[in-house]
Ligand binder design. Sequence first.
Ligand SMILES: O=C(NC1CCCCC1)[C@H](C1CCCCC1)n1c(-c2ccc(-c3ccccc3)s2)nc2ccccc21
Length: 233
Amino acid sequence: SKKLEINREQRALMKAIVDAYNRHQIPEDVAKKLLQDQYSPEENFLLLTEMATSQVQVLVEFTKNIPGFLSLDREDQIALLKGSAVEAMFLRSAQVFSRKMPTEHTDVLEERVRKSGIPDEFMTPMFNFYKSIGELHMVQEEQAILTAITILTPDRPYVKDPQAVERLQETMLDVLRKLCVLQHPQEQQYFARLLGRLTELRTLSHYHSEMLASWRMNDHKFTPLLCEIWDVQ
Ligand SMILES: O=C(NC1CCCCC1)[C@H](C1CCCCC1)n1c(-c2ccc(-c3ccccc3)s2)nc2ccccc21
């Protein structure tokens, strides 16, 4: 029916976002590194800060390709990036964790992350989120559009024109809704479950400053970019 069909304009929008999402992959595959060796909390913290610094740069490039983003108020663009960077990091970590790999690799990866230096009390919510993302078996279009929807959240701190952001987010939500029906015709509430993950993501991301501050080591060093993004130091 007309209502459900992805029209030409939406197909172009989806292509732009998926191309940008694939173009801006994380340079070094952190999963491969973690599967190679067990690192000390200090080495893991350094690995996280390196991965996170490059991921923020990747996120900025991806965001610039979201149709309409660059026509938003300049300060609102910064507010949206700052407000979504940690969530995008956890979303990308979940996608890395849920990537198709032999079971024993997933088990080793889980073990390495559990022993990375992050305090134990954060492990349950973090892995609950990773596993709930994994169970969705998202196609890459859904992953890319979900990341764009996360960035285009109107109620981030300091956004001056939330309506303009809401208009862009609604366009993305409409495409994602149609895509979910097409990709997962059996699962009625798939789209609703997908959006429910964004709520879980926001809750998980609330802990990030505490996770970093209580990483099992002394003298936590951050890059200036991460001090800005992570609300630390
Ligand atoms: O490198 C990583 N993630 C990259 C981020 C950028 C995008 C690609 C993925 C880290 C590593 C964890 C182990 C120690 C080294 C770093 N990672 C996490 C995180 C746990 C906590 C995280 C965090 C983020 C912000 C603030 C406070 C805490 S990220 N979950 C993973 C699941 C699977 C593979 C790696 C994973």
